[in-house]
Design a protein around this ligand. Sequence first.
Ligand code: GLU
Length: 297
Amino acid sequence: MRRVPIRVLGVLLAVLALALGAACGREGSPSGAAPVAGVPVAQNVQVPGSPTFAAMQQRGRIVIGVKNDQPGLGIQDPTTGQYTGFDIEIGRMIAAGLGFGPEQIEYKVVPSAAREDAISRGDVDMYVGTYTINDSRKQRVSFAGPYFVAGQDLLVRADDQSITGPQTLQGKRVCSVTGSTPIQRVRDQNLTTNVVEFQNYSQCVDALRGGQVDAVTTDNAILAGYAAQAPDQLRVVGQTFSSEPYGVGLPLNDAALRNKVNDLIQQAENDGTWQRLYNETLGRSGTQASPPPIQRY
Ligand code: GLU
């Protein structure tokens, strides 16, 4: 007889928890946002001379291009639809600084190879997703930041002792992503002739686990997230061989927005927000990091 009241109590507690969750705005918003950011949404923001900002205000939403398969950086939970990760939090922080709350963010998944097109066509207002700042991309888009610096590394099967760095890849099957800086580097430096190319790194990781390739190469921050999902099977080699400064991709001719986004990143770096966002996402792996200096141009 005692069981029924306990069950009722349980149901009541569950309902209460749900209600509290909803009241805190943590669940159920159209974008599926669950921000750890907690950055206050700025009011009456103006970005004079920015056509991109004018378009966002007009539509009442900001469209942010992201990745959805990179744990720790940008990943979407398939059941809840929620996005989490450091890139996502940087996007939420910038959106808040521009006056857009989590429920006013629309995420658009754009793979590496399609980023310049998506930004220059106006499919997204900005892109936050392991996007290396470099001169060739600067021909087509502009960058705020960097807000993080990663380095190219290798992911291998945990029991493979034969791959210890980029110089040990000859004759190995190496997977990376179309349009990325790491695949370009493998080719430029002739690290192997056997390159397998996919649209997304998670496809490369599946191929590694399935034995179709011997290594996945991209930024250490990305690879660490995959290794953490299967520590018994996968291992990051830990010899970085490039510098990958991550920028926020923006339309080419919108210097006003680039300046504003740089201001927002700078502020987050100065007031401890950056560190908090890092600690709650990528930093959970135990790797320390501090914010890099912003490079304005
Ligand atoms: N950061 C590198 C790049 O922008 C690799 C990661 C990625 O493809 O997003 O190409």
